[in-house]
Design a protein around this ligand. Structure first.
Ligand SMILES: NC(=O)c1ccc[n+]([C@@H]2O[C@H](COP(=O)([O-])OP(=O)(O)OC[C@H]3O[C@@H](n4cnc5c(N)ncnc54)[C@H](O)[C@@H]3O)[C@@H](O)[C@H]2O)c1
Length: 247
């Protein structure tokens, strides 16, 4: 087992990629914290994780709300006493062509996708620094590197995640905390289902591997980055996109 007795705090683990990362880490022995804003999906995920023989703790968290995040991290500390792995996965993806973008639309996405990562990482990294160990994985996107028409706020937050992570790899390395990024390409989840179905042939033409990604592709990379198999890797971006970035 690669993650026996580790505690993994995963935002947005109620569904999609976050849920798959949670199941993958649980199957390798990690106890899982599901930190999601949506209570209904959290309970189903908790049941499926517990069926793998580990502990699961579901805590409703709005990552854009500093107090909500602090409360969640406090509750986890009381339950497990530590957090070994943080996966910053939760994000939103709302269409807004730039000329129609308002400041409120920009802030709404930014407060979840980027400032939310600041809130969670700040609270969890403090705990990790005290314990002198930790792994932080943040989910960016291919859109950080190639842009995303009609989603400038989203692409900007996803690029911000890379800058933050490269900086934190330097600041937190001395505390034995590794910080890395996964940049998925186009994956089939509830977030993208309509878009993928409407543009499937166009997407496939851009993916040398010849298929749309699935959440397990990301979960496999997250498992590698969370485990000691990657103990000398920090400040890096792993592109999991079937080669899409190069087309
Ligand atoms: N699906 C793709 O094609 C794709 C591609 C590139 C990157 N990504 C990234 O992968 C990650 C997961 O995407 P997904 O496709 O699984 O999305 P999803 O919409 O299926 O899941 C996102 C989860 O985050 C939760 N969430 C949303 N706002 C929250 C908040 N304020 N606080 C706490 N939780 C919140 C949702 O409730 C949901 O459970 C995201 O960071 C996304 O940007 C996805």
């Amino acid at each position: 087992m690669l993650l026996e007795n580790k505690v993994a705090f995963i935002t947005g683990a109620g569904r999609g990629i976050g849920r798959e990362i949670a199941l993958k880490m649980a199957s390798e022995g990690a106890n899982i914290v599901i930190a999601d804003i949506a209570e209904d999906t959290m309970q189903a995920a908790k049941k499926d994780i517990e069926a793998l023989g580990v502990k699961a703790f579901a805590v409703r968290t709005d990552i854009s709300d500093e107090q909500s995040v602090k409360g969640a991290v406090q509750a986890v500390t009381e339950t497990f006493g530590k957090i070994d792995i943080l996966v910053n996965n939760a994000a939103i993806f709302k269409r807004a062509p730039f000329l129609e973008m308002t400041g409120d639309m920009w802030d709404f996405t930014s407060n979840i996708n980027l400032k939310g990562i600041f809130h969670v990482t700040h609270a969890v990294a403090s705990l990790m620094a005290e314990n002198k160990q930790g792994v932080i994985i943040s989910i960016s996107s291919v859109d950080a590197f190639q842009g995303c028409r009609d989603y400038s706020h989203y692409a900007t937050t996803k690029a911000g995640v890379v800058g933050l992570s490269r900086t934190l790899a330097q600041e937190l390395g001395p505390y034995n905390i590794r910080v890395n990024v996964i940049a998925p390409g186009i994956m089939l989840t509830d977030m993208t289902r309509d878009r993928v179905e409407a543009n499937k042939e166009a997407y496939l033409a851009k993916v040398p591997i010849g298929r749309i990604g699935v959440p397990e592709d990301i979960a496999n990379a997250a498992l590698f980055l969370a485990s000691d198999l990657s103990s000398y890797i920090t400040g890096q971006v792993i592109h999991v996109n079937g080669g899409m970035y190069f087309c």
